[in-house]
Ligand binder design. Structure first.
Ligand SMILES: [Zn+2]
Length: 121
């Protein structure tokens, strides 16, 4: 009984961590693709993109939805600052389709989540 409980907690925790991490990963990859193509940076980010990445990650960290965090498209809370929202939208529009070729698995996971969300509500 106790072992089962601990196992459940462990599974639950790793699912949450996994999801948070994958959310951050998606955002980071998207910003890297954007900065490389638009600003010509190979492995590093320019100041503006670095700022955007840090902002996006801190938004994810403070997201009240935790493991049930929807993707930004379907999120009822618009937590982004206005200017940051404009920038991240631009990045997503640009990098979204390109993601599929560079990181098909991450992209599919992301869109599967979004699909599930839309069906739920
Ligand atoms: Zn940049």
């Amino acid at each position: 009984m106790r072992e089962n409980f601990e196992q459940t907690i462990f599974t639950f925790t790793s699912v949450i961590i996994g999801m948070n991490e994958s959310g951050k990963k998606v955002v980071t990859i998207m910003i890297h693709i954007y900065c490389r193509s638009k600003h010509g940076n190979k492995d590093t980010l320019c100041y503006e993109c670095e700022e955007l990445k840090n902002y996006a990650q801190s938004r994810l960290e403070h997201c009240p939805y935790g493991d049930n965090k929807p993707t930004c498209n379907t999120c009822p809370i618009h937590c982004y600052r206005r200017d940051m929202k404009v920038r991240i939208k631009e990045v997503m529009r640009f990098s979204g389709p390109r993601m599929l070729f560079v990181h098909p698995i991450e992209t599919l996971k992301h869109f599967r989540k979004e699909y599930k969300r839309k069906r739920l509500f």
